[in-house]
Design a protein around this ligand. Sequence first.
Ligand code: AMP
Length: 530
Amino acid sequence: MGNKCCSRRHDPDRPLVYPAYKNEAGFTACPSSLETRYTGEPNTRVLSRPPADIVRTRNPGKCITNGGRRVVKALCAYTARADSDISFRKGDRMEVLSDAEPDWWRVLHLTTRREGLVPVNFVAEESSVECEEPSSCCSWFFPHVSRKEADKLLLAESNPRGTFLVRPAEHNPHGFSLSVKDWEEGRGYHVKHYKIKPLDNGGFYIATNQTFPSLPALVMSYTKNALGLCHVLARPCPKPEPQMWDLGPELRDKWEIPRSEIQLIRKLGQGNFGEVYYGKWRNNIEVAVKTLREGTMSTQAFLQEAAIMKKFRHKRLVALYAVCSTQEPVYIVQEYMSKGSLLEFLRNGEGKFLQFEDLVYVAAQVASGMEYLESKMLIHRDLAARNVLIGENNVAKICDFGLARVIEDNEYCPKQGSRFPVKWTAPEAIIYGRFSIKSDVWSYGILLMELFTYGQIPYPGLHGKDVIEQVERGYRMPKPVGHYLPDDIYRLMLQCWDAIPEKRPTFEFLNHYFESFTVTSEIPYREVQD
Ligand code: AMP
């Protein structure tokens, strides 16, 4: 294991890792306790006994030679993209040679004996020497999954009843939640959530009469006997494939790529900046390519903005992979989102059939991405359903954040443009050019209306110019007719459209609101037992 002298904040997209062993049922668990300390930052928990992956040596470029080998295990398969990285299969073991780079570690593959870089979020540190039978990690622990995401993951058809995961509790910084897929006559498949409460001595319990010295001990016990849960814990929920932030290891800093490496395969649509294509990088990796119409923005300004965008990483923001900017038209190479824009999805795609809970899930995801931008003090300026993209499983991600600022096109200008998104923009931004995170909150309120009306144009029947006048006089979009929209959510929209920007809610609040919407708190254990 690496040098323990310095720890660092856990990367929100990396799983936490604990020493582990298997029980008779072949179930992987870890003997160490999972006490937590809350740092006050969203998604940031520091374990009182830090697991291996948050106690890395931080010496740039220095090899790890502290006597013991540091071994990682693959959480899922990866195919090499360049000469410098290596392929591996799920479960393969690799020795860490250098962890100097935050995203790519140099390893020695212990089976193929090949040496090269691997993406850090595809591997997890293997057990320490205490483990009887080393394993990659507590595969049931999902450190960055919310309740709604847990529902989505567990309800996948391929998961049988009893599939489960453990995640940090949303309202108790020291507690956890156990989410289990269940089935009942008349109700079908659904997910039950149990509170796991901490004990003062470091242990955990769901029911006060069954306490455990550690979280793994608790989980393992419930894999043998349901002990009042809806079902015995049958198998850990499969983890989704980790997000890639770069096209390859050599492109982590140098992300200007040769145009010849991009194959444009089919046109996806026409956007604000130019045409958008589905394509492949090196005939291999799926990407979306935005072509920038000449004159839309200065290449220089765009590259500055893109450099900022490249630094922001969140699972609810579309990843910017690379650019081709040496010739016109400039290409912006992005993560490909298979279901296209939220607007099209709701109007003409599978989104037409979304249930109310699914719409709430999309609202929560967009608020989560915006909460991240809010925390980084970045303003989107053009938040709307057309700028949210949908992937598999109703995953929603925000795109084009920051780009509106560098558009030179007059048509996109508040004062003159016919294409300026008047209906989405807060009055102070239209009139005085005062864009802020609070003007984004206004736009989010409009996006909510688009969402709950399945893509209806805001202020139906009103022309943009009239909207500015009416809104200035205090008019607000009424509650829609013919669509289900609870009064609570409509009231929240009105708060987003408060004339005084400071009175509008924060994205942190909005995310919290939608994450816990329709949800009664976790089921008390006894209720389930009875
Ligand atoms: P935009 O320039 O963002 O308005 O994009 C125009 C259209 O291209 C959108 O409505 C989407 O259907 C499609 N599109 C844009 N970006 C992506 C992406 N990253 N993945 C998939 N489709 C995209």
